[in-house]
Design a protein around this ligand. Structure first.
Ligand code: AMP
Ligand code: GLY
Length: 444
């Protein structure tokens, strides 16, 4: 006689990852490892995601079609990667349809989509950040610059500008040019009709991402991105050229200060303002130099999503089940659930098209030799596509992010660059000095 017994299998759910970058590839890779993961979809995805998910040919900003797809397919968890669908209210639409979603609603995503909103939020809740003024006329902005000393100063487009809206001006002339470009020439469209001008803070940057369920917030290990295009942190700002985690300068003592002066006050502020934040909250922090007029960690920016390439270094370090964590966030039940991270070092390097972040060629065939350390690294796709012969080709500025983790930073760097050197396309560019600050600390 067969004993009647409960199905030992956990209930599997369908998962939808919205976006098409290396961040989404890394998130989908981790989500797919979960025992809860049924079919994983990516919309619109990329050839890397095509291997591990089913692609849904829907643009990440087509809120209507994404909502219809999630309803029709009975998606059990939608993970929103980029900022555009968040700002357009995709989370609002999915939640209204009774579907679980990881990513804040539009009102809370304004922490990223409106810099004046984020600055006012920080002022209101006493969160340390650079002093600023906000302008909607270029004449007033230029007059203000004329009254400031001819020193480094930061000009930011108020709205979303695909990571290109910030100019760290070295002097007044550069700041004036940035104001004119944004406000008079319409370089960022509506997003730049208003700008904020803020104090330049000299120091070292660290990114802290945190899981948030609306009531509690759990920070992830610290990450350091490399925003500048060139080695030695020179040249123009980019979306990010590589990252590593953990970051030694972010000591437990510093983590405690950030928790008390930034993370908890942010959560309290969200609650006080009636903003129900469920998703990943990104704190871009500056640790000012000893001689800076600013003392203690400062918030440079909030983002309403995982960082890219920050996600690509963190996902390989996460030991806990990402589907479980994201469902707990969506359902407001995160408190009391430990999130476990591997005690290893993770590094990633972005391979970009030559010319990025300016003009670059696309459609170049990407080939890959077998790296000597097969299997120890991951190549997350970003700007890639397939041509008619089904060869992988370049299709964007940041083309791929290669990530590896190991017991030490040196070993992780060895693995990551071994793989990077095996990937070829015409004019491929990558920084050879990712984690240089951390290495300098090791050999000081
Ligand atoms: P974002 O595009 O908003 O990520 O900002 C781009 C980069 O500009 C930041 O990562 C910093 O490197 C730099 N930045 C922004 N605000 C400041 C500031 N107040 N002081 C110094 N650097 C800044
Ligand atoms: N890596 C910076 C960002 O995602 O905004």
């Amino acid at each position: 006689m067969e004993l009647e017994r409960k199905n030992p299998e956990v209930e599997k759910i369908k998962i939808l990852v919205v976006g098409s970058g290396a961040r989404e590839h890394a998130l989908a890779w981790k989500l797919a490892q979960s025992s809860r993961a049924g079919q994983v979809y990516a919309a619109p995805g990329n050839p890397g995601l095509d291997i591990m998910t089913k692609l849904a040919p829907i643009r990440a900003d087509d809120i209507e079609a994404l909502t219809d797809f999630a309803k029709r397919e009975e998606i059990g968890l939608t993970v929103i990667g980029p900022e555009a669908p968040l700002a357009l209210g995709l989370a609002d639409r999915l939640e209204a349809a009774g579907l679980a979603v990881f990513g804040p609603k539009a009102a809370a995503a304004r922490l990223e989509s409106s810099k004046p909103f984020a600055k006012e939020f920080m002022l209101r809740h006493n969160i340390p950040t650079a002093a600023y003024r906000s302008f909607d006329s270029s004449a007033e902005a230029l007059a203000y610059l004329g009254r400031k000393p001819d020193e480094p100063i930061v000009v930011k487009a108020a709205g979303l500008a695909q990571g290109k809206g910030v100019t760290v001006a070295q002097n007044r002339a550069e700041a004036e040019a940035a104001v004119r470009e944004a406000m008079d020439d319409g370089r960022f469209g509506e997003a730049g009709r208003q700008v904020i001008i803020e104090d330049y803070i000299d120091g070292e940057e660290v990114t802290i991402l945190a899981f948030c369920d609306g009531r509690s917030i759990v920070p992830m290990p610290p990450v350091q991105d490399h925003k500048r295009l060139g080695e030695g942190d020179t040249g123009p700002n980019t979306g990010g050229m590589g990252a590593y985690s953990p970051v030694a300068v972010y000591t437990p003592e510093l983590a405690k200060i950030v928790e008390e002066s930034i993370i908890q006050p942010t959560l309290k502020g969200l609650l006080a303002d009636g903003l129900d934040y469920r998703g990943c909250l990104y704190f871009g922090l500056m640790l000012p130099t000893a001689d800076s007029p600013y003392q203690g960690p400062q918030v440079i920016e909030y983002n309403a999503r995982f960082g890219d390439p920050e996600a690509e270094v963190l996902m390989p370090l996460l030991e806990s089940d990402l589907v479980e964590i994201m469902l707990l966030c969506a359902e407001g039940r995160l408190a009391g659930h430990p999130i476990i991270w591997r005690d290893e070092t993770s590094v990633c390097v972005v391979i970009a098209s030559g010319g990025y972040p300016g003009c670059y060629q696309t459609g170049l065939v990407i080939t890959e030799d077998v790296p000597s350390m097969v299997g120890a690294s991951m190549a997350f796709h970003a700007g890639t596509d397939l041509n008619d012969s089904r060869e992988t080709i370049t299709a964007g500025g940041r083309v791929m992010t290669v990530a590896a983790k190991e017991g030490t930073l040196e070993k992780a760097l060895f693995l990551v660059y071994d793989r990077v050197r095996a990937i070829h396309f015409k004019d491929a560019y990558y920084r050879r000095d990712i984690a240089h600050r951390e290495l300098a600390r090791h050999y000081r």
